[in-house]
Design a protein around this ligand. Structure first.
Ligand SMILES: [Zn+2]
Ligand SMILES: [Zn+2]
Length: 474
């Protein structure tokens, strides 16, 4: 009565059969022709990075996308069916560097930027072809002959047009940002490159006592784990509400937060406490007041709500050219910014005896120098988690670099207005989008790398900037 059913099923074979059937019957083409000219429904596919073969997670996402498109096709909609490939970015560069055995930005430059870009392009072509075959095998229906590539001239030209519009609207500007920096690779690292890059390690931390100019014989205590950044010190930050102890030790008076007094060595006498706000505005002698780069800088105590006393002495050394938070604070308070090291980690001119020295080998010399100036209180081994470069394992530093930004305050309200018109599924995604728009900082669109969208910005030494909006203009 029943047709016999095989007890073993060969799924791959069945899938091939279905794919063959679709191919022979031109099923997808027929579907497109049937719906052609009817009501439009456009699925905008976010481009997949064409840097490796697809993984299971890609197949998963593509399955959902395919289901939506098939559902809409069954309802009779005329669809776009355009797949996209994301072609640029550091991930492609890193794989190509590995293939070519290159190890740093300098080696890429020696190899030749044109040849390097050619290799990146080849890799994208290779893997976009592989991903296309994988997607077909998955049974995904797309107009595979018509995929878009972010590295295509058409795409680049659209973005140039967009950037020029931003410029005309006054949204585009060149600014500075303190970035995690690898001095060996000579490049900044983005947030997602810092994931998993923290290692347990031990550094020499240092406690300093810096003379308060208005009060001879009295000192601000401060602690840091990165002595090289002391050359860029411009301020000491205290929490205005925190209690600070006034402590007599040998022949001097020290200020440090009340909860950290136990970190002092030897005998001491607590004379009283004051709120941090009472210390704000005092001037002190900076640890490297004697360097040319520090001339004319008024080092002073400033208020900062982020200061705590879990580590150190409740006083934070501020070097805006060497740290992201420090830089932000400097912008709020109008503090000067000193950048001590170049892109390969060597001290710039203006740093006296440090000039030309590598940042990784100065700690001992700096301690010695501070000791001679009578500013060194003590050093102490400090175990902490510190980031290293994921490519070369070099310890990262922070460096202030020039980058291009889109100012988000100007576009925030219009974007929130538009986002509210969207029908979000699920609806909390809309709330999340609005939170993100409310909190987004200025958008850094430039990278100090090679294989990316070429930014069409041409600054002239006279200060004028020309933004090219199309190939024709170029
Ligand atoms: Zn590196
Ligand atoms: Zn000019």
């Amino acid at each position: 009565m029943f047709k016999e059913v095989k007890s073993t099923l060969n799924f791959p074979e069945m899938e091939h059969e279905v794919l063959r059937f679709w191919e022979e019957q031109r099923t997808f083409k027929k579907l497109q022709e049937k719906n052609k000219g009817r009501k439009h429904w456009s699925f905008i596919d976010g481009p997949i990075t064409a840097n490796n073969p697809m993984g299971v997670h890609h197949a998963w996402g593509r399955t959902y996308k395919d289901i939506f498109q098939r559902f809409k096709a069954m309802q009779g909609y005329d669809e776009r069916y355009q797949n996209g490939f994301d072609c640029q970015g550091l991930w492609v560069e890193v794989e190509v560097e590995k293939e070519l055995g290159l190890n740093s930005k300098r080696e890429i430059i020696q190899y030749g930027l044109d040849r390097f870009a050619e290799q990146c392009r080849k890799r994208v072509e290779k893997y976009s072809a592989i991903q296309t075959e994988q997607s077909k095998r998955l049974g995904q229906w797309m107009d595979w002959e018509n995929s878009y590539y972010t590295m295509s001239d058409t795409n680049i030209e659209y973005i140039w047009y967009f950037l020029k519009k931003c410029w005309e609207n006054g949204w585009l500007y060149k600014g500075q940002r303190a970035m995690p920096w690898c001095s060996r690779c000579g490049t900044s690292l983005s947030q997602h490159e810092l994931i998993d890059s923290y290692r347990e390690m031990t550094h020499d931390s240092v406690y300093l006592k810096l003379p308060i100019l208005e009060r001879p014989g009295e000192f601000m205590m401060v602690w840091t784990t990165t002595p090289w950044t002391l050359t860029g010190n411009v301020a000491l930050a205290v929490h205005p509400e925190l209690d600070y102890a006034k402590v007599r030790q040998s022949d001097g008076i020290l200020y440090l937060s009340a909860g950290t007094v136990h970190k002092l060595d030897g005998d001491y006498e607590i004379l009283g406490t004051v709120k941090g706000s009472k210390l704000v505005g005092l001037h002190y002698k900076g640890p490297f007041y004697d360097l040319p780069a520090q001339q004319g800088i008024e080092t002073r105590v400033v208020p900062w709500d982020c200061v705590g006393e879990e580590e150190g002495v409740g006083v934070v050394h501020i070097a805006p050219g060497c740290g992201a938070e420090d830089y932000e604070l400097s912008q709020e308070l109008g503090l000067p910014v000193i950048v001590p090291i170049d892109e390969n980690g060597y001290y710039y001119e203006g740093f006296g005896w440090l000039e030309g020295r590598f940042v990784g080998e100065v700690a001992e010399m700096i301690f010695h120098d501070l000791e001679e100036k009578g500013m060194l209180y003590k050093t102490e081994k400090y175990e902490h988690r510190y980031p290293v470069c994921w490519r070369c394992q070099e310890e990262l530093v922070f460096r202030l670099v020039d980058e291009w930004f889109i100012a988000c305050d100007k576009i925030r309200q219009p974007m929130i207005r538009e986002a509210r018109k969207v029908h979000w599924v699920p609806d909390y995604a809309g709330k999340r989008m609005e939170d993100w728009l409310n909190n987004m900082g200025d958008w850094c669109i430039s990278r100090k790398r090679f294989w990316g969208l070429p930014l069409p910005f041409y600054p002239c030494s006279c200060g004028e900037i020309t933004i090219i909006g199309s190939r024709k203009e170029l």
